[in-house]
Design a protein around this ligand. Structure first.
Ligand SMILES: COc1ccc(Cn2ccc3ccc(-c4cc(N)[nH]n4)cc32)cc1
Length: 242
């Protein structure tokens, strides 16, 4: 299954890293098609203006609807797609979102800058296609480009053939609802710190138990919200020790 990803931005160079390494190889392998478009290609004035002052006042500038409309009409002319607009005010982007989008044929990302894009752009496209306004976390970025990099990486790694070791959905971290525990490799002793004995014991039941305990411990310490969200039957008696 191929996915076509288009990104519209005033900083196309910001998306260059998507063509490196793993994702770059996925593009070369034809598993993903990536198109990055400069929003200013759809301006007609000498200053290539893409922003203007906000109605109602307030700080900063807002991105003009006309330019976005022409750009998205052009990009979307290639066929139906899901339109994704990163914003601090969006619904949370989660692994479940990535899973859902990995099944899409086409994703179009609209990267805003300034204080965001005139709301009528989202409203006008939402009338004819799925439009998701999403946040990648509770912190404020300067534009949508970094958020798009995060989301594209989270989605593309789920596509068959992209990862060397295809991590099946249920094994992927965050899918058993707990955080990953600590990982170790050689040497067995490093700067006076040793690898936990159990991991070298060959006792696979004990190893599985130890890893689960470390995951529960870490989740309780760092993300108690994930523990609270676990379904009732997710923790067995041995788990409840934490
Ligand atoms: C407070 O209101 C603001 C509105 C916009 C901005 C700058 N900005 C412009 C476009 C754009 C797209 C996404 C994001 C973003 C997404 C997440 N999770 N954090 N920040 C930020 C963005 C700053 C603040």
């Amino acid at each position: 299954r191929r996915v076509r990803i288009d990104v519209v931005t005033i900083f196309p160079g910001y998306l260059a890293p998507l063509r490196e390494a793993l994702l770059g190889r996925a593009i070369e392998a034809g598993l993903v098609e990536l198109g990055v478009h400069d929003l200013r290609d759809w301006t007609h004035d000498v200053h290539q203006a893409v922003d203007d002052s906000p109605y109602g006042g307030g700080p900063g500038m807002v991105m003009r609807p006309q330019v976005w409309g022409e750009a998205l009409d052009a990009v979307l002319a290639a066929g139906p797609a899901r339109l994704v607009v990163p914003t601090p005010a969006g619904r949370p982007f989660t692994q479940a979102t990535a899973q859902a989008w990995a099944g899409e044929e086409r994703l179009v990302f609209a990267c805003g800058r300034y204080e965001g894009i005139d709301q009528r752009v989202v409203d006008s496209y939402a009338a004819r296609m799925p439009v998701d306004e999403v946040s990648i976390g509770d912190y404020v970025l300067v534009g949508g480009e970094v958020a798009v990099m995060v989301m594209v990486e989270a989605v593309v790694r789920l596509l068959p053939g992209v990862l060397g070791n295809p991590v099946s959905a249920q094994e992927d971290s965050f899918s058993d609802g707990l955080l990953e525990g600590p990982a170790y490799t050689r040497p067995v002793s490093w700067r006076g710190l040793d690898v936990p004995e159990v991991l070298r014991s060959g006792n696979h039941a004990a190893i599985a138990r130890w890893r689960r305990d470390r995951a529960l411990e870490r989740t309780a310490a760092r993300r108690p919200d994930l523990l609270d969200a676990l379904p009732e039957d997710a923790l067995d008696r041995a788990d409840r020790a934490f």
